[in-house]
Design a protein around this ligand. Sequence first.
Ligand code: MG
Length: 123
Amino acid sequence: MKILIVDDSLTMRRIIGNVVVQLGFSKDEFDEAEDGVKAWTLLEQGHYDVILTDWNMPNMNGLELVQKIRATGAHLKTPIIMITTEGGKGEVISALKAGVNNYIVKPFSAEVLKEKLDGVLNK
Ligand SMILES: [Mg+2]
């Protein structure tokens, strides 16, 4: 299993990484990227089973990243969970339309992340 964690906040990447480890994954099962550009580079170089991405980031934001992933490349069908403070109905709809499989609003609990990860991985 390989997970890509995308967030411009180092603290948030640590928090998500810790939760992922709590859920039983090992540290070499996830990579981190600080924006959509870095994430895209990693996605072009390797295979990921699930992508966890923030929305608000410099260079290429999460929504742009999702649109790019769903338009081209090897991860067209890879599950994407957006983890963001943008919890408004309009934002959620935009993200789902862009091709996000599930959505988590910050702050979130380990249980919620587990639930959503199980949901996309067991499809
Ligand atoms: Mg951010």
